[in-house]
Write a protein that binds this ligand. Structure first.
Ligand code: PHE
Length: 327
């Protein structure tokens, strides 16, 4: 009996060293101390012994039972706390998960800034159609068919034979549309995409975004146009930037001007402008001896080039993240 107990103890302690989860541990406990457990059976058999042996055997067996129970309990505590330690461990040196964050396109950022400035100067933002009637894109703006001024805008026609609809080449058609449907005083800013069938280079794209300005009221003069453009340039390019207003020609204004900004030592034209032609005011149904006004059309990409110092307009639409993520 003594030998049996010694073997049982040794076997149990051996098994215990290879157990590393609580499931296995509770199986071992049942094997030993369960209803038919090995130690349980030994304890039960003590009753069959002679009275003189019984006492000693009982003491030794119960002492072993106590000891093994303690060992199993201790092992259980160790396993549970090891599990908890595992759950709670946080390795702060692990690299984080990379989540790319999107941003607004530089042209969108520039456009929003421009519209903010114009709103503060008193303009309301409205939009017009990108697919336009040739009548609004050209004729009503005093650019008749065969007029050499049409050559200023190479055009995407919707139907090559029937040249009555096109992708607008500028936002100026909205001057006419707005005047036809509204009474002065008028102060509107019209952002939108325009399309020109032309070869691209560092300062020309076949798709561009413009913002058109139109102000019609009693007594508006060229001084108002100059003041507006000057304040606009100051807010967009900063008070120490160099801008130049020089004369130019557009059939729908008289006189016509253009605004250029100094960029990398050269003048970069960023908008055309002028006093709305009296004939256009009359065609809209207003008395041109009472109402005058100015119009301007600016190129957003050109302005973004000067603001962000981008030397090639084509960068904006090649969707290269190495470029775009710089803004
Ligand atoms: N529409 C002209 C262009 O696209 C710019 C312009 C607008 C000129 C308004 C004068 C007045 O080039």
């Amino acid at each position: 009996m003594q030998n049996n107990l010694a073997d049982l103890e040794k076997n149990t302690l051996d098994k215990l060293t290879s157990i590393n989860n609580t499931q296995e541990l509770s199986e071992l406990r049942t094997q030993l101390l369960g209803r038919n457990g090995e130690l349980t059976q030994i304890l039960r058999s003590i009753g069959d012994l002679d009275a003189n042996e019984r006492k000693l055997a009982g003491q030794v067996s119960n002492a072993l039972k106590k000891k093994l129970e303690q060992v199993l309990d201790q092992k259980n505590t160790d396993l549970v706390s090891a599990q908890l330690a595992n759950l709670e461990s946080l390795d702060v040196s692990l690299p984080g998960k990379y989540k790319p964050i999107g941003r607004l396109h530089p042209i969108t950022q520039t456009l929003r800034h421009i519209l903010d400035v114009l709103r503060r100067l008193g303009f309301t933002v409205v939009e017009g159609p990108e697919v336009e009637l040739s009548a609004y894109n050209f004729d009503k703006l005093r650019i008749p068919e065969n007029h050499p001024a049409r050559d200023m805008w190479d055009t995407f026609w919707i139907d090559k034979e029937d040249e009555s609809m096109l992708l607008r080449t500028h936002t100026s058609p909205m001057q006419i549309r707005y005047m036809e449907t509204h009474e002065p005083p008028i102060r509107v800013a019209v952002p939108g995409r325009c399309y020109r069938y032309e070869a691209t280079d560092m300062t020309h794209e076949w798709m561009l975004q413009q913002v058109e300005l139109l102000a019609i009221d009693k007594g508006i003069s060229l001084a108002d146009l100059k003041g507006t453009l000057h304040e606009f340039a100051r807010q967009i390019f900063g008070s120490d930037s160099e801008v130049m207003l020089r004369n130019s020609y557009f059939p729908f204004v008289e006189p016509g001007v253009e605004l250029a900004v100094k960029f990398r030592g050269k003048w970069l034209e960023i908008m055309g402008a002028g006093m709305v032609h009296p004939e256009i005011i009359e065609n809209a149904g207003y008395d041109s001896s009472v109402y005058t006004g100015f119009a301007a059309g600016m190129g957003i990409e050109r302005i973004a080039m000067a603001v962000y110092e981008v030397d090639d307009i084509r960068h904006f639409y090649t969707n290269d993240l190495r470029f775009l993520s710089q803004f």
